[in-house]
Unconditional design. Structure first.
Length: 464
């Protein structure tokens, strides 16, 4: 069995169900993980796929929910060798609550937490892990029409929470931390940035960043820099092109900690959705990566037989000038949902693909990779793996032979193409003959994992 040495981008998530990417995150060991919602009928399940930097799959894990769940949405974080999914859970009965899933370093479920009161219907829009390793979520309480913030520890306990009696149309949309000010900065749709005390969650101050007299331009999301207390704010403008006919335009602004604008760039793409990531090169030059989904109306994504691409911008964060622009997609309706800048300066773009050409509506996930120069990556050589196992034959009929170069035992996990764990067994140093007669014919993924939980190798194989 030959382990993959060349990986292909983009990575597709195709199935008979409805799959959408929630987020992408780089792990501390240089791999990246994707959080995927897989809708099967009226219930959702969460899936996590793990890849190395070359795009080779290292593991696929499923976390089913009950039949009472209508929708799950979250972001993925790594803290202290644990992984956390943080977002909201929406039940068929209409209840919406804060949701947290805690996983160990091998992606085993440690805890699942439904947080808050069932009668408030709390939609989570923004999530962070702050510098004190606390989880902070912000969003909108539907029944009262008020924005809220909750500070939660890593075991799902509420440390502090507050509901704010302030004017908000879509409430607190996103949140960042300013360690120097000991505050959270929160984007409040439609016009403001709120400065919130980290300790008490009280409002320290409110900065008006947009003209309240202009109802056609509104605040959307706030994003941090890694090494500066400046921040990025995205806004959306309804631009009247003819009488009573408007186009949506995206602005990206750089502001300092006092909300003073350094630069303001308006993009020609009409857009409903903008995701922004940023990276800083070793030379000290700062960059921003922005993925913009151009659509005329949000309904066009679902129903209109028009192909919508994604525009990816590489931006000089000092001046706001566009360095490079790349177009992705074109064969269906694409929506950018996640941007992750990796340690080598490349960027991963996660998107949902709405395929109107299919008789039955189909939603698939996709990940593109763009290198640090802004070039589209199609394939990449995988790095050499020091502990080289030998596995044969492929295809497998009855027995598979695994030759391990390790000096200690290791575990083998076998997954089906849906990401379900089918089998786990142990191998010893040297030669191992493993009976796989029980597997149904089809495609599988084998992960070989050392006793510290690190994936040594991964490969696809066929069972005859």
């Amino acid at each position: 069995m030959n382990f993959c040495s060349i990986a292909q981008f983009p990575i597709y998530f195709n199935s008979t169900n409805t799959e959408s990417i929630n987020s992408i995150a780089e792990t501390n060991n240089g791999n990246f993980i994707t959080l995927i919602s897989n809708e099967d009928g009226l219930s959702d399940e969460l899936m996590i796929h793990v890849y190395n930097s070359s795009g080779n799959v290292l593991g696929m894990y499923n976390y089913p929910t009950s039949d009472e769940v209508y929708e799950l949405y979250g972001n993925l974080y790594e803290v202290n060798r644990f992984y956390f999914v943080i977002g909201y859970i929406w039940y068929d009965a209409g209840d919406v609550q804060v949701y947290m899933l805690k996983l160990d370093s091998a992606f085993n479920k440690v805890g699942e937490y439904i947080i808050g009161d069932t009668d408030k219907q709390e939609y989570v829009y923004g999530t962070i892990i702050d510098s004190d390793s606390n989880i902070v979520v912000c969003g909108w309480e539907y029944l009262s029409g008020s924005p809220f913030i909750k500070k939660i520890d890593l075991n799902g306990n509420i440390l502090e929470e507050k509901i704010y009696d302030v004017f908000a149309i879509f409430a607190f949309t996103s949140i960042i931390e300013n360690k120097e000010l000991n505050e959270y900065l929160v984007a409040n749709h439609p016009w403001e940035v709120y400065y919130i005390s980290k300790d008490s969650l009280t409002i320290d101050s409110v900065k008006q960043v947009l003209d309240t007299a202009n109802l056609n331009i509104t605040v959307r999301y706030i994003y941090p820099f890694d090494s500066s207390y400046d921040f990025i704010l995205t806004t959306q403008e309804l631009e009247e092109v003819e009488e009573d006919e408007y186009l949506r335009r995206v602005h990206i602004q750089r502001l300092n900690e006092n909300c003073e604008i350094g630069w303001d760039v308006k993009f020609s793409d009409t857009s409903d959705i903008v995701i922004v990531g940023n990276a800083f090169e070793a030379s000290g030059d700062s960059l921003i990566w922005a993925a913009i989904t151009p659509v005329r109306e949000i309904s066009a994504i679902f129903f209109e037989a028009t192909n919508h691409t994604i525009s990816v911008y590489k931006i000089d964060a000092t001046t706001g000038d566009t360095i490079k622009r790349v177009h992705l997609g074109g064969d269906a309706n694409y929506v950018a949902v996640s941007v992750e800048v990796t340690g080598d300066g490349s960027v991963l773009i996660g998107a949902s693909k709405y395929d109107w050409t299919k008789e039955d509506f189909q939603l698939d996930g996709i990940i593109w990779k763009i290198d640090a120069e802004g070039n589209f990556v199609t394939q990449i050589e995988a790095p050499e793996i020091v502990n080289n196992f030998t596995v044969f034959p492929n295809p497998v009929t009855d027995y598979v032979q695994i030759l391990s170069p390790l000096i200690s035992k290791a575990d083998v996990h076998i997954f089906n193409v849906a990401g379900q764990l089918i089998s786990t067994f142990e191998i010893i140093p040297g030669s191992n003959s493993v009976n796989l007669k029980y597997l149904e014919p089809g495609f599988y993924v084998m992960n070989i994992v050392n006793k510290n939980g690190g994936v040594q190798q991964s490969a696809r194989f066929i069972k005859m």
